[in-house]
Design a protein around this ligand. Structure first.
Ligand code: C5P
Length: 217
């Protein structure tokens, strides 16, 4: 069984996906982390604005996601789990994710994970492109202000203080870029079940999704 979770930025996808993966004993795959790792590589090598250089460097980029929780993200064997969450990476990732060859490169790797067992994968194009035949597809949404507030609290715990209005605007801008790109844009799959988490706790969302998953088992 494979489960796809898509939705806009900071909708709670990864928090929920991790919980579900633990309960169901599935492998969790954070595809956003993979786009972030490519972005970090381009930033570190000074060619973030050149799609040609990014495309040419793809065969030098090796990304792995560790199986144990908390999951670590390795870029060419170096742990970049924290670095890929930096503001600079967040500001540039949607551009990198809009490059067709980058998407092909990562989607191929994401599809390999499915061959190796049961996965729960989150991202923007999982239900539409990566696992079009997923057993269950979810599309998680929440009001931009709610999403900004959640990200604000998350950041606070990590010692980062960011203006809430700026954070909300950034989330809206990133969604806009992800929705309007040509290559597999952020989109709800026709057969995805929409969950609006605006007024729900994490436990409530997990419970509702588990109930739905049971019906498909
Ligand atoms: O999920 P996260 O917010 O970390 O994703 C970062 C960015 O990576 C997104 O804003 C989007 O541009 C890109 N992404 C994507 N397709 C995915 C996952 C992420 O284009 N499947």
């Amino acid at each position: 069984m494979n489960i796809a979770i898509d939705g806009p930025a900071a909708a709670g996808k990864s928090t929920i996906a991790k919980r579900l993966a633990e309960i169901l004993e599935f492998r969790y795959i954070d595809t956003g982390a993979m786009y972030r790792a490519v972005t970090l590589y381009a930033l570190n090598n000074g060619f973030i604005k050149s799609s040609d250089s990014i495309i040419q460097s793809l065969d030098q980029i090796h990304i792995s996601l560790t199986k144990e929780q908390p999951q670590r993200v390795l870029l060419n064997e170096v742990d970049v789990t924290d670095e890929i969450r930096s503001q600079q990476v967040t500001d540039n990732v949607s551009y990198v994710a809009s490059i067709k060859q980058v998407r092909r490169f990562l989607v191929e790797q994401q599809q390999q994970f499915i061959k190796n067992g049961e996965v729960i994968m989150d991202g923007r194009d999982i239900g539409t492109t990566v696992i079009p035949n997923a057993d269950v597809k979810f599309y998680m949404i929440a009001h931009p202000r709610t999403r900004a507030l959640r990200r604000f609290e998350e950041n606070k715990l990590r010692g980062i203080h960011q203006d809430i209005n700026l954070l909300e605007q950034e989330i809206i801008d990133r969604d806009q870029k992800d929705i309007s790109r040509k290559e597999s844009p952020l989109q709800k799959a026709n057969d995805a079940i929409e969950i609006d988490t605006s007024n729900m706790t994490i436990d409530e969302v997990v419970e509702q999704m588990l109930n739905i998953i049971q019906k498909f088992k």
